[in-house]
Design a protein around this ligand. Structure first.
Ligand SMILES: NC(=O)c1ccc[n+]([C@@H]2O[C@H](COP(=O)([O-])OP(=O)(O)OC[C@H]3O[C@@H](n4cnc5c(N)ncnc54)[C@H](OP(=O)(O)O)[C@@H]3O)[C@@H](O)[C@H]2O)c1
Length: 406
């Protein structure tokens, strides 16, 4: 039987990988600090938990005795995290270390945690420039320190000379996430707030990574060890408006999404970016990785987990006659204004786009269109980045107001 050891295996990525492997017949052990956070689904699949801190290299060494077929480290934040584990890595059949897309820089050296947002020319490949690795004492959990620390992790991995795969996820979603971003919409939708506002016309694109898609990639890599770096992101590139639309469908929320103009300082949300951030995943697909689903569909897993059950379950709890789902999730509205040719946001998820003073436009429903895995997102060229907000009215939080973007 194949054996996997997952360091940090009760959260989003580690949990999804542990579950996937266990369901495919692997013997899976996971570590964490808190046994009560082991998801029941993992217990049911036979996953075993060990309370071992990531800093306890001896404890990890004991667990890895005999050499697991896969060692997955979700918790490498510094070069010394990696170096301390090299003896354990040497004995493993395949090793995967989780990094982040936060390491990528644009032509001006800006990255997702810079004061100036990065502006990438298109989907980002793994050979794209990254921030210099951290040297000395840097807090890997600070906004300034996160990307350089992850770059140092990657450098330490490559310097080890071992066949370790580094995976760079984008914005992770999934069950068991310690930071479930969908909560930003789930909470007000559950409160049945009638209107939710979305900055920048809901057009920004910040590539999502379903933990279950990353888990599928990890399984591929487990069978094909190698020293490499791979992006991990969903096959689709939903806009910010697509995300609450998907959540609304899951929660049968029938309110209104108000798409604000770019200069309006309101409607902040976790996927707000000034320019699109999209990862090229062709290196992963050329290894044989196949996503398990679209990001907008898999997002609903996180929502179901957050609210404790599916829409059908909740309808059953409400009693007979309750619809399991609204047939549309609500309305998207934008302030009335002259239309502009290059101003689509055409909703790609079910719903209606209505504008005050105009007839509603039906028939725009349907599933989001997936770009070919690895290929450029189909909407990249069609949707120009939103213009920068005028000085003093920047909708993005300023330095110090937000923590590190992962
Ligand atoms: N989340 C994102 O959007 C994102 C994006 C890009 C990259 N990443 C990278 O992905 C990794 C995190 O993955 P995730 O989002 O799936 O994590 P997560 O949901 O936060 O889960 C973290 C896991 O690690 C365990 N853990 C945390 N600190 C620990 C410690 N000191 N010792 C032992 N176990 C510990 C947690 O369990 P306990 O709480 O019980 O300890 C949990 O099992 C990180 O490397 C992060 O940099 C994340």
């Amino acid at each position: 039987m194949m054996r996997a050891l997952v360091l940090g295996g009760t959260g989003a990525i580690g949990g999804a990988a542990a579950l996937r492997l266990a369901q495919r017949g692997w013997d899976v052990e996971v570590t964490g600090r808190d046994a009560s956070r082991l998801p029941p689904e993992l217990t049911a699949a036979g996953v075993r938990f060990h309370r071992v801190d990531r800093g306890d290299t001896e404890g990890i060494g004991r667990l890895a005795d005999g050499g697991p077929d896969l060692l997955l480290d979700v918790l490498a934040y510094t070069a010394s995290d990696v170096r301390s584990l090299v003896p354990v890595m040497r004995d493993a059949g395949s090793v995967v270390v989780i990094s982040s897309r936060a390491v990528y820089t644009d032509a001006h050296g800006n990255h997702v945690n810079s004061d100036e947002p990065p502006r990438f020319a298109g989907p980002i490949r793994e050979d794209h420039p990254t921030v210099p690795p951290a040297t000395g004492d840097v807090d890997p959990f600070s906004r300034e320190g996160y990307a350089p620390s992850k770059a140092a992790v990657e450098r330490a991995v490559l310097d080890s000379g071992l066949p370790v795969t580094v995976i760079r996820p984008s914005k992770v979603h999934g069950r068991w996430a310690r930071n479930p971003r969908t909560r930003a919409f789930v909470a007000p939708m559950l409160r049945r707030e009638p209107t939710l506002r979305l900055a920048d016309r809901g057009m920004s694109v910040d590539h999502l990574t379903a933990a279950s898609n990353t888990a599928a990639l990890i399984e591929v890599v487990a069978g094909r060890p190698g020293a490499r770096i791979l992006n991990s992101a969903d096959p689709d590139t939903p806009t910010a408006a697509d995300i609450p639309t998907a959540i609304a469908l899951e929660l049968s929320w029938d309110g209104e999404l108000e798409l604000l103009e770019p200069h309006v300082t309101a409607g902040d949300h976790p996927w707000l970016t000034r320019y699109p951030i999209v990862l090229d995943i062709s290196a992963a697909t050329s290894l044989g990785y196949q996503p398990v689903g679209l990001g907008v569909d898999l997002l609903r897993e996180e929502v179901r987990w957050l609210v404790g059950g599916s829409a059908a379950d909740r309808a059953q709890q409400r009693g007979p006659g309750s619809p399991a789902q609204a047939d549309h999730p609500g309305r998207l509205t934008r302030p009335g204004r002259p239309s502009r040719a290059a101003d689509p946001p055409r909703p790609t998820t079910p719903g209606r786009l209505t504008r005050p003073g105009r007839p509603s436009r039906g028939g725009q429903g349907g599933r989001p269109r997936a770009s070919a895995p690895g290929g450029p997102p189909s909407r990249w060229d069609r949707r120009p980045a939103a213009p920068a907000a005028p000085p003093g009215r920047c909708a993005l939080p300023t330095r110090g107001q937000r923590s590190a973007v992962l």
